[in-house]
Design a protein around this ligand. Structure first.
Ligand code: FMN
Length: 260
């Protein structure tokens, strides 16, 4: 408990003379996006300037935001998925400076480090087969990690097989989602600049990202629920990440809401 509180209090900001960061030591800047296999299959998403959806007043979205744990069978369209990805991690501005591009995104991030990768367990999205995909924000594309009809059950097991009660029946809301977002952290992206204070920044960053998912879902008649209670080791195995340099930190199943 003490250690965890110390993490929350995170007083490292007054102790910068106790350590040197890798940025101060002039180590190379970490990549802003994880690489892909050279022959990986990529899928173009709908670019933000072509969105025909999402134009809902912010007051309406904020007022109606609720965690949703029951989804309709209706698939998400590729445009809807593109919109959700753009709203959570999309690039909104490229700033070139001294030969380096800096990317601003739809969400803030401590030091603009953006330490997350977005994995998608896709279940019912029009035109996409069931499987594990990853968002490539710099390209606004998906990369296919693997097609896998068993993924909805596996990712649900990673999410502790959470269920809600709907009309007296238990509803496995991760397995039954149209898509479940699973965010991993690559802590070094933030550690490179900040050293020990990075951990708390990363945890705070995750909240901003998921909040945008809530609001973006509200704008397309969909819903989500933040899932913090999950089996990280099991989930990392499903994602095929190493659990050290990259590990899962947050989940969010998404689906269309039943009318009415
Ligand atoms: C960090 C975090 C973790 C959460 N983890 C879970 C979870 O594992 N399972 C779940 O059903 N809801 C989870 N929730 C949703 C909360 O239960 C929900 O936000 C809260 O009950 C308030 O309801 P509202 O979001 O509808 O306002 C989580 C929310 C947050 C912010």
């Amino acid at each position: 408990m003490e250690d965890n509180r110390a993490f929350l209090k995170s007083d490292w900001w007054t102790r910068f003379d106790e350590f040197r960061t890798d940025q101060q030591n002039r180590l190379p800047r970490p990549d802003v996006q994880k690489s892909t296999e050279p022959n990986a299959v990529r899928i173009d998403l709908i670019p933000p300037d072509q969105f025909t959806i999402g134009d809902v007043p912010l007051t309406t979205l904020v007022k109606n935001r609720r965690s949703q744990r029951h989804f309709a069978d209706t698939p998400l369209s590729l445009e809807e998925l593109s919109f959700l990805l753009w709203a959570t991690q999309g690039i909104t501005q490229v700033i070139g400076d001294a030969g380096i591009n800096y990317y601003k995104r739809a969400v803030p991030s401590g030091g603009n480090r953006h330490p997350f990768e977005t994995y998608l367990s896709i279940h019912t999205v029009t035109g996409l087969e069931i499987g594990l995909y990853r968002y490539l924000p710099l390209d606004h594309q998906l990369v296919v990690e693997r097609l896998d009809p068993d993924l909805p059950a596996a990712i649900s097991a990673g999410g502790l097989s959470q269920t809600s009660q709907v009309n007296g029946k238990s509803f496995p809301f991760i397995e039954k989602s149209a898509v479940t977002f699973v965010w991993t952290a690559i802590p070094y992206r933030t550690e490179w600049r900040y050293g020990p204070p990075a951990a708390k920044l990363i945890a705070v960053d995750a909240g901003h990202m998921c909040q945008n998912l809530y609001l973006a879902c509200g704008a397309i008649g969909a819903g989500t629920v933040a899932v913090g209670a999950f089996d990280r080791i099991k989930t990392d195995a499903v994602l095929n990440v190493d659990g050290e340099e990259e590990f899962s930190i947050y989940m969010a199943p998404v689906g269309k809401l039943a009318a009415g």
